[in-house]
Ligand binder design. Structure first.
Ligand SMILES: Nc1ncnc2c1ncn2[C@@H]1O[C@H](COP(=O)(O)OP(=O)(O)OP(=O)(O)O)[C@@H](O)[C@H]1O
Ligand SMILES: [Mg+2]
Length: 227
């Protein structure tokens, strides 16, 4: 698959869901997709890492814990997953005119693989690398679910007690997760036009209401205006 990918206007329909582990991204993505579909919109839901055939293998290598990549290798494997994902899944969905709701994207790479691994200070062409992996596809809107690391961890413990296993990154120490959280806050401050902060420390239905309000405010989507 070597053809070019969509850029500009069309990629504005890419909405990414970001935040620390356990902040409610997947819950809210599912609800937003339902809402958009109910409004008659075409929607593709997807996630990173791992939503292609190659990506599933990369996800296993990255998250199972059998291998512990050095930070540089970890960054490059996440970027490899993204390029495959953009060209195989995201770009074609955008070209069909669908909304693409993606659970994690480049902001997670910045937060986890760069800030939390403390790679960002190195002399690496950070934005060139991220742009290369995105193949020109930037989200029109990013929803950042702002929740403290402690509250998110409590939600994850509850989720684990109902059977969902933690990944290698979930098991990182508290300082790692604090650096992740700080990086998301910093990205929001740097790009408030693209990133909408959502207070995630509220009941699921209320957070969903704020998501709908953000969608309606930032996108041509009167059908999802907050009720
Ligand atoms: N607003 C909320 N209030 C209370 N519990 C919530 C809320 N939103 C989600 N949860 C619960 O918290 C847990 C984590 O939510 P969810 O899986 O959506 O988070 P996530 O950000 O996708 O996590 P991960 O990064 O690990 O994929 C789930 O058990 C979910 O039901
Ligand atoms: Mg999730």
């Amino acid at each position: 698959m070597t053809q070019g990918v969509v850029v500009g206007e069309e990629s504005a329909r890419l909405i990414t869901f970001e935040g620390v582990d356990g902040c409610g991204k997947s819950t809210q993505l599912r609800l937003a997709a339902e809402r958009l579909r109910a409004a008659g919109e075409a929607v593709v839901t997807t996630f990173e890492p791992g939503d292609t055939a190659l990506g599933r293998e990369l996800r296993r290598l990255l998250l199972d814990g059998e291998f512990v990549p050095v930070p540089e290798a970890e960054l490059l494997l996440f970027l490899a997953d993204r390029a495959q994902h953009v060209r195989e899944v995201i770009a074609s969905a955008l070209a069909r005119g669908a909304w693409v709701l993606c659970d994690r994207y480049s902001d997670s790479t910045l937060a986890y693989q760069l800030a939390a691994r403390q790679l960002a200070d190195q002399q690496i062409p950070l934005h060139a690398l991220l742009n290369f992996a995105e193949c020109g596809v930037r989200p029109g809107l990013t929803l950042w679910f702002d929740l403290s690391v402690e509250q998110a961890a409590a939600r994850m413990r509850q989720r684990e007690s109902s059977g969902e296993a933690p990944t290698r990154l979930d098991d990182e120490q508290a300082a790692f997760h604090q650096r992740v959280a700080a990086a998301f806050a910093q990205q929001w401050q740097a790009e408030p036009e693209r990133i909408a902060r959502i207070d995630a420390d509220r009941p699921i239905a209320d957070v969903h209401g704020d998501v709908c309000a953000a969608l309606a405010r930032r996108l041509p989507l009167s059908a999802v205006a907050a009720q």
